[in-house]
Ligand binder design. Structure first.
Ligand code: SF4
Length: 652
């Protein structure tokens, strides 16, 4: 089929074992049902994932896809996707990347890629229009980190290309290894081991195809309005000047900045003085951003006193201080950024690594880990040197570094001795936001999410605590919430969290289908009507807002069904036991943070959280065990998945 706009109409297949590549037409039925991006990625994954096989088995696929609006001027339409089986959790997961990768993949003439097999020796993949080549990576593998690999590839293949690279951690199949897009954007998180297991060091992509729009005038009418809104957003300067640091005071106040394995929060004065906005502003250099973004929030960090002359780009400049300054207590903000640079060079997910390291330190204090276990490291005296050394040992899988390299689940298995009772994770992935600090869409969503918790679009709706329910009732119709759904969700004194999340996730997946950034400054520009209008104008394919929401629902149900086939169910959608019994202490305030409802009016028990889960499953049309029901699967044309679940005995 000839597509009139956006779609290039081709899926690239790469079999690394056989060193063969070929293209297939993009099936119009896939487009009709799943639209693109996250949706088509997951539909392709259903066909290619081996549900019973190891995440890093050669036959497991890596599906890479453009977001539908990649390459257009729709603000923040930069997100591309990778779907595979997560080595840290075992779930079928979709990772979200940014910067220019999706736009360049489309310019090369492809909507999606399916990579299977394992190359007999290290390779990288070069795509430039029809010139697709599996190239020898002998000069890169074991020689160059992520940043140097990126530079090497651009020197060789042109500075306009985009790259997806792994570092030593990915090569060594570290389960919490991360792949970087264009040197500093994260295809977050934890899928670099999948690339490493295929002996695939990098993908470099460029092309000459222009983005086609079926009705450019109509598309630009809406796009211009969105750009105008982005440019006149009253917080635009704050986002640009401070990036995610803009919300630092809010998050500090909420209690997200914890230490000692989330046993207490940092004292406010100290955290502000050492790691706050003023410190960040002193180091912030040039702003960076994704294609089409008007509120760029990435930056070069210019280290001055301790590492003079070092300028390092970061995708989320708050992450290194949070990971290494607050969790690892590696020293000053400059040292934290230096650790962040190292983590990126090795290709290690800094947020996950820091949470595991902080947990290991807690185990050490409790006597569960000893100096013998850590290979001589005295974790009670953490410092910059120790963090740097252990990052390196993680990347190389040496000594105690190999324990950290396993991720939470693997490390728990290795350590044993009740270590799991102190691990703040769900399905092997740490929380960004501790549920005791704020039990809301983002934290409950981390619990129910079929994938590692970070890749769920959060959009920040309830990251701020205690918002008036009237505010939500005002904004959610724009996300496509129906009147009937709102009647079920909102109560006079708050909301039903489970039902709220079910619909909020659908909006998140909608953004992901179209490749729209879910950071709040971008996500807030869009509503379901503008998304539908842009899509129809760009492609000439008629889709109503409801059709789009249905596609998102369809994709999400299929993703959950895939994970049910991998053995995930209600038993995995659970908070760690200790969050019900151990509050986070706030020593400087003389208070504590217990698990409470969003309104802060009730301390929650396991039964309360169970009830939220019941509501969530019911709203989604899933069984009490969290398996997508036959009826909902039939409604979305996913009878084949229901049959597979039936065959697997999952409806018993
Ligand atoms: S807000 Fe940040 S991540 Fe999102 S599109 Fe803009 S630069 Fe990219």
């Amino acid at each position: 089929m000839e597509y009139k706009g956006l779609y290039m109409g081709r899926v690239l297949h790469v079999d690394l074992t056989a060193a063969k590549t070929w293209t297939k037409p993009l099936d119009p039925k896939l487009v009709a049902d799943f639209i693109g991006g996250w949706g088509i990625d997951n539909r392709l994954a259903y066909d290619y994932v081996r549900f019973g096989a190891d995440p890093l088995a050669p036959e497991q696929p890596i599906i890479i896809g453009c977001g539908v609006f990649n390459g257009t001027v729709a603000p923040g339409s930069s997100k591309s996707f990778a779907t595979t089986v997560c080595p840290a959790s075992g779930t079928v997961s979709t990772w979200v990347g940014s910067l220019t990768f999706g736009a360049r993949l489309r310019a090369a003439g492809y909507d999606h890629m399916v990579i299977t097999g394992r190359a007999p020796k290290p390779v990288y993949l070069k795509l430039r229009d029809d010139d697709v080549e599996i190239c020898d990576a002998g000069e890169l593998w074991g020689q160059k980190d992520t940043l140097d690999t990126h530079e090497w590839l651009l020197d060789k293949h042109g500075r306009a290309a985009s790259t997806l690279c792994i570092g030593p951690a990915g090569e060594n199949r570290v389960k919490i290894a991360i792949a970087l897009v264009d040197k500093f954007g994260t295809m977050g998180r934890t899928m670099a081991a999948n690339l490493g297991s295929k002996n695939l060091k990098a993908i470099v992509v460029d092309g000459s195809h222009d983005v086609r729009l079926a009705d450019a005038k109509r598309f630009m009418r809406t796009a211009n309005q969105l750009m105008e809104r982005a440019m006149t957003d009253r917080n635009r300067d704050n986002w640009r000047n401070l990036a995610l640091y803009f919300v630092f005071p809010l998050w500090e106040n909420a209690g997200y900045f914890t230490r000692h394995n989330a046993r207490e929060t940092w004292p406010r004065d100290e955290v502000i003085e050492r790691f706050g906005q003023e410190q960040y502003k002193k180091l912030r250099g040039r702003l960076l951003g994704c294609t089409s973004c008007l509120t760029c929030d990435k930056a070069i960090i210019q280290l001055k006193e301790e590492f003079p002359g070092t300028g390092v780009p970061f995708s989320t400049p708050l992450d290194p201080p949070w990971a290494f300054g607050l969790r690892c207590e590696a020293g000053s903000i400059e040292k934290a950024y230096k650790c962040g640079e190292l983590a990126n060079r090795y290709g290690i997910d800094m947020m996950t690594w820091s949470a595991i390291f902080d947990w290991a330190t807690d185990l050490y204090h409790r006597g569960i880990l000893t100096r013998e276990d850590t290979g001589g490291f005295d974790l009670s005296r953490r410092d910059f040197g120790m963090v740097c050394r252990l990052l390196e040992m993680t990347a190389k899988r040496e000594g105690f570094g190999d324990v950290l390299a396993q991720g939470f689940l693997g490390a728990i298995e290795r350590i044993g001795r009740g270590s799991e009772n102190h691990a703040l994770h769900i399905k092997g992935t740490e929380f960004d936001f501790d549920p005791r600090a704020n039990y809301a869409l983002e934290t409950f969503g981390a619990m129910t999410n079929v994938r590692p918790c970070h890749d769920m679009p959060v959009t920040g709706l309830t990251v701020a605590k205690g918002r008036d329910p009237a505010f939500f009732a005002r904004v959610v119709p724009g996300m496509g919430f129906s009147k009937e759904a709102m009647e079920r969700i909102f109560t006079p004194d708050g909301f039903d969290l489970g039902r709220f999340l079910a619909h909020f996730e659908t909006w998140g997946i909608t953004l992901n289908i179209f490749g729209l950034c879910f950071r709040m400054q971008v996500a807030a520009l869009y509503n379901i009507n503008t998304v539908a209008e842009l899509y129809v104008a760009a492609t000439g394919i008629e889709k109503s807002p409801q059709d789009i929401l249905d596609a998102a629902e369809r994709a999400y149900n299929l993703a959950r069904a895939m994970n049910a086939l991998r053995g995930f169910s209600r038993k995995d959608d659970r908070l760690p036991d200790f969050v019900f019994t151990q509050p986070i202490k706030r020593p400087d305030r003389g208070t504590e943070l217990s698990l409470m409802n969003y309104q802060g009016t009730k301390v929650l028990t396991k039964e309360d959280v169970d009830r939220d889960l019941d509501s969530y499953y019911e709203e989604r049309g899933w069984t009490r065990n969290g398996i997508p029901g036959k009826e909902v699967l039939a409604r979305y044309g996913l009878g084949f998945a229901a049959e597979a679940l039936e065959r697997g005995g999952l409806y018993k």
